[in-house]
Write a protein that binds this ligand. Sequence first.
Ligand code: SAM
Ligand code: SF4
Ligand code: F3S
Length: 466
Amino acid sequence: MRETPVIDKNEIEAQKAVMELVKNGFSGRSPKALVETYGCQQNVNDSQRLKGMLTEMGYSLTEDRDEADLILMNTCAVRDNAEQRVFGNLGALKHLKAKKPELIIGVCGCMPQQEHIADRIRAKYRHVDLIFGTHALYRFPSLLAEALEHRSRVIDIGGEGAIAEGLPVLYDNGAKAFVSIMYGCNNFCSYCIVPYVRGRERSRRAEDVLAEIRALAERGVKEVMLLGQNVNSYGGDRGETDAFAELLYMVNEIPGIERIRFMSSHPKDLSEGLLLAMSRCAKVCHQLHLPLQSGSDKVLRDMNRRYGAEKYLSIVSRARELMPDISLTTDIIVGFPTEERTDFEDTLKILEAVRFDSIFSFIFSPREGTPAAKMESAATNEEKSAWFQEMLDLQNRISAEINAKCVGQVRDVLVEGESRHEPDMLFGRDYANKIVNFRGDISMKDKIVKVRITKAQTWILYGELM
Ligand code: SAM
Ligand code: SF4
Ligand code: F3S
């Protein structure tokens, strides 16, 4: 076991001093920054830290590319389409830079943490001023200061992942917040780029996590989502076992916090202790996102997932024994290279057996540098697309059936605001994270109210305020 790497406090203080210098350099002017986020919740959380640092440096935030003085793309590398979107948007910014040469364009996050991508940006996107990876996030102030001062390209894709405490964070308004409890991943699933771009697992100290959540509760946050690529191994880098369950008990004690969620959980590390903690902590939502990836033991082995279908089903049945109302969601990959029709059918069988509330499904995307990218594909692209659709049809039916059973029930709903699609309605989420639309007054925003479910669709519930 190696020691969890932590950035020295003095280094963080040095970055804070740079933030002050950059701010003073603007002499009271407040330039505008746009941060575009392409990835998962962890990426969103990183963007909140980038925005926190930008605000400290005197920037105000904008959503409008045309008025921005700085555009920062916080990127995701998990699938090819995420990367293509970034390349497309980067290409489109060329004109903007030509019109406004003082504009600073930056690319950060998981994409440039891969050397071949950083090289491609360097060579083909000459209008990009700032390129840095996930490990350099805390160095953003000094990198930006250098780009502003020298008006030359700044590139920093080195270093290893380490925990940086004490950086400013700009949380979104509202009663919900993401809290990263750990970074990185040790699992090396054979298809996945995350361990290569996020480094080894490193867990924040429980006292730092708890202090952040207490501060959030004081600002009115009611629901926290604890984040990690595999929260079940929280503390493992310090040699602790079942530390995530312990953390849940402690977060459950924080006054003001009413709901606790977490993601993701790796089935190979899900313990009895965690299920017991979930069932005993009143604030922990009976909701579990438990990525399955495939229902075939052969494919799971080739994916290096280190569990089989039977183990997965036994976790589900124990979870339901302890929490009969538990809502389950999962991730599925269709078209992994060694997947054949019979393997795909094994996945369908598990979807039928478990009856997930919803699934997040993806067609396998080869990622350069991962073992699966070198494997020959058994199925054609057409077959994979057809399987994908077949799976969605099955899941849509199951989700609709599960939602139909909610009609007549009363759910506690944390109100998030006006519904985007139905402006005369409010929307919020119940314990299962299902969207519930209902008529009510906007003054209920950020409060938990009781709603009787009157109608159900595949993705949305409708109800009446009690
Ligand atoms: N750490 C989490 C876990 O193990 O469940 C998930 C991390 S990943 C950000 C989210 C999901 O993306 C994975 O669960 C997997 O289904 C999907 N994914 C990862 N790599 C992929 C690839 N190369 N092609 C398609 N989907 C992929
Ligand atoms: Fe990727 Fe597997 Fe780690 Fe999840 S557990 S981030 S799928 S390597
Ligand atoms: Fe997340 Fe994408 Fe990186 S899923 S960890 S932002 S590769």
